[in-house]
Design a protein around this ligand. Structure first.
Ligand code: MG
Ligand code: ZN
Length: 227
């Protein structure tokens, strides 16, 4: 009977994910119909997702209309930081304990946003490199952040996340040399999991490397608009 219980659990898990995929498909269709580019930011806690978003908003808020969904387990702190940074369309998404966002949560807050007025939607996921990789939120791409204060073997420890991401941002390059973090090694590790990863190296603190990221973002939005 044990096998039966296990099989039921697996079936339930599959059902949850297939329902998630269906909702994510609806979100993707809606965003695409309005030619809105959408990114899902994932990382461990403390890699700098909110800091990168603050920098991005400060630099592009007059150029691009950016909507933000700020996922957090318990607080609206990140959403408040993003509003302070100039975000005009920021929605907090407090999961109340869940360690990832799912498509149902996103489809619940999306109607509160005037998406006709958006060029770009960025979803800041909960800080966690495990289950957010399994939940499609209707994004065009996942952006995985890693910082130089983490282990350079993270891509090998969490391969699912690096495999399913299109972009890797290596943050806190101003702190390079203060730990054993090896830039060449982290890139080799990440590319061994996903050879197509596009990589940015930057520091949200000093601003170094930000221009390449911002240029890429503008290009992405332009391509989505069909320019
Ligand atoms: Mg954050
Ligand atoms: Zn989770």
């Amino acid at each position: 009977m044990k096998g039966g219980v296990m099989a039921e659990k697996i079936d339930l898990g599959k059902k949850v994910l297939s329902e998630n995929d269906r909702l994510a498909g609806e979100i993707r269709e809606k965003l695409s119909a309005h030619r809105i580019a959408a990114l899902n930011f994932v990382s461990s806690p403390g890699s700098g997702k909110t800091s990168l978003l603050e920098r991005t908003l400060a630099a592009l808020k007059d150029e691009l209309r950016i909507g933000l969904i700020a996922g957090d387990v318990q607080t609206e702190n990140d959403a408040n930081r993003l509003i302070k940074a100039g975000g005009r369309m920021v929605r907090p998404l407090v999961t109340g304990g869940s360690c990832h966002l799912d498509a149902r949560m996103v489809s619940r807050v999306l109607p509160e946003m005037d998406i006709e007025q958006l060029d770009l939607l960025i979803i800041e996921n909960v800080g966690n490199l495990v289950c957010p990789s399994s939940y499609d939120l209707g994004e065009d791409m996942k952006v995985v952040l890693i910082s130089t204060t983490e282990g350079d073997d993270k891509p090998l420890k969490y391969p699912g996340m690096f495999r399913r991401s299109s972009i890797m941002v290596i943050n806190k390059i101003d702190l390079l040399g203060t730990s054993d973090f090896d830039m060449a090694q982290v890139k080799a590790n990440a590319l061994s999991i996903n050879a197509n990863l596009k990589i940015f190296e930057l520091s949200c603190r000093t601003g170094e490397g930000l221009d390449a990221w911002l240029d890429w973002l503008k290009q992405l939005v332009g391509e989505k608009r069909g320019e």
